[in-house]
Ligand binder design. Sequence first.
Ligand SMILES: [Zn+2]
Length: 304
Amino acid sequence: MNEHPEAPLARLEQVAMEELEGLEPKTVAELDAEADALTPGEIAAAFKASFPTSYLSLPREIPMTVEGFTPVPASSGARIKGVRVDPMPGSGHSDVIDFSTEGISLMQPNRTVIGMRWPELAVALWWSDGRRTLIGPDGSGINIIPAKWRSVESLLAAIRQWVPADRWIPMDEPGTLPRQEGPICAICESTPAIEVTFQDTRSLLMIWFKRVHGVLCRDCGIAKFREVQRRVLVRGWWSIPGLLATPIALLYNTVVYFRFKRLAVPIHSSGITPLPKGRTVWLDPGMLIPAGLALALIWIFWPR
Ligand SMILES: [Zn+2]
């Protein structure tokens, strides 16, 4: 028998199986000899013996007539109740994605559902072009191509927030990664990022005009804003010039904050987790200080 030119490649799988299962290595000639020696009866008996533990897959148009098989359920997991993401008009599909802080599900038009809870996710594959594939504990997967969904930013943001950090697998070939334009975030290396300066004014009898400068993405920028703003709220006021400089610093930082708010959701091509976002600074206890100062000023200058 002549060997097919690609036969050595096909042997790889056989060799891998021998290695993994501790089987005795066999040459192609030995395997051919074994196959030639088999009788139709032996082959039929082997098939019959394997039936109780077999999966059988048939093309859709072939009617299922073999007995002893039960259909595999097409759905996996439950539909998530939360934010609904609809298909982009003209994207050629009519699936619906739902997500919440619990998990994510995809429902096809035939009502087949693939649902998974965030902590159970086996892996999350990411590409720098924004594509994501989430694979659940039973191997079922949800593919997300951003251009095929409406208002996809909130979905991508939820995926970034809720997929446990150890599940991410970067899928871009090293070197073929499209060189991202513009500056990258100094903390998580994602794009887009902008260069900013926050005013970190502090005073105690005298005043220090400190600054925090850096190139940051939207997520790290908002996190940094909250950190600095909180510090200024508490430490800025305690001198005569501080009473004037602190509101200016707070206002200046707020303008920077809105620059970040307008920035696109970052693409995390590095796998480095951005700074934790933290809570809004406007409800921080530190806000009591300017509120108290304002009340004191009103009390002092109120016409009596
Ligand atoms: Zn960042």
